[in-house]
Design a protein around this ligand. Structure first.
Ligand code: SF4
Length: 241
């Protein structure tokens, strides 16, 4: 029996994808959304109990839940999936038993065996080392090195970052975009609006600020998109576990 760090699974019918939520992280971001809401935040009206205590499920239980939903894409997210020592066992079983497209969302600090992963999105929080250290509690040196290694591995790669007013601002987003472009200007970057859910230390970002940050990033990169946080959830989102 293989234990995992997975405590929650959702299914997004409109996109035919499931999200596996892994518990634990090697960063301690001051504005972490997951600390405020451990469950998939796309559920209409579902809020997790406070305090929230995770119940971990085994690899067999993951496979059983996903075989019922039959998702085409499985997104590895949560907190930080690379925190799970059995990550490669999970990706292997999913490939062989479901034929899924395995898609990892990561902060990039750890780079485990990713042979059975099909796609990776790295969240680059900041380029300025002082900002990264203050916001996440860790240096970004390993993140930036791992990002280059991932690119060299030829895996399908994209990036995201969060616009946080007066912290990760237009100027910092420009630095992030410039770094990504130094690797390859065709690597996509998505800029997310900050939601002050866990920490009220920073206010919510405005649409105008996000648009300006997108324009700044576009001066370095070809593929820049954004999530304003007000997008409508398409189709049904179901809690599998
Ligand atoms: S890397 Fe993600 S999950 Fe980890 S603390 Fe930061 S925001 Fe939260």
């Amino acid at each position: 029996m293989i234990e995992t760090k997975v405590y929650h699974i959702s299914f997004h019918a409109a996109h035919n994808l499931s999200c596996l939520f892994f518990w634990g992280c090697n960063f301690s971001c001051k504005g972490c959304l997951r600390r405020a809401e451990p469950l998939d935040c796309h559920f209409p009206g579902i809020k997790s109990p406070k305090p929230f205590f995770p119940t971990f499920i085994t690899l067999d239980e993951i496979i059983t839940a996903l075989k019922k939903a039959k998702p085409k894409i499985v997104v590895f997210e949560g907190w930080e999936p690379t925190f799970d020592p059995n990550l490669s066992e999970i990706t292997k079983r999913l490939h062989y038993e479901l034929g899924s497209w395995n898609y990892l969302l990561t902060n990039g600090y750890s780079l485990p065996e990713l042979e059975e992963m099909d796609e990776v999105k790295v969240s680059i929080k900041a380029i300025s080392s002082k900002i990264h250290q203050e916001y996440t509690g860790k240096s970004n040196k390993r993140v930036l090195e791992n990002f280059q290694k991932l690119y060299q591995s030829k895996i399908k790669l994209s990036t995201e970052t969060v616009f946080i007013p007066d912290l990760i601002d237009k100027e910092e987003i420009g630095k992030i975009a410039k770094f990504i472009a130094s690797v390859d200007k065709e690597i996509p970057l998505r800029i997310d609006a900050y939601w002050p859910i866990f920490s009220k230390r920073w206010r919510a970002s405005t649409g105008e600020e996000i648009r300006e940050a997108v324009e700044e990033a576009k001066s370095y990169l070809i593929n820049v998109s954004f999530l304003a946080g007000s997008e409508e959830v398409k189709g049904e989102v179901i809690k599998l576990v």
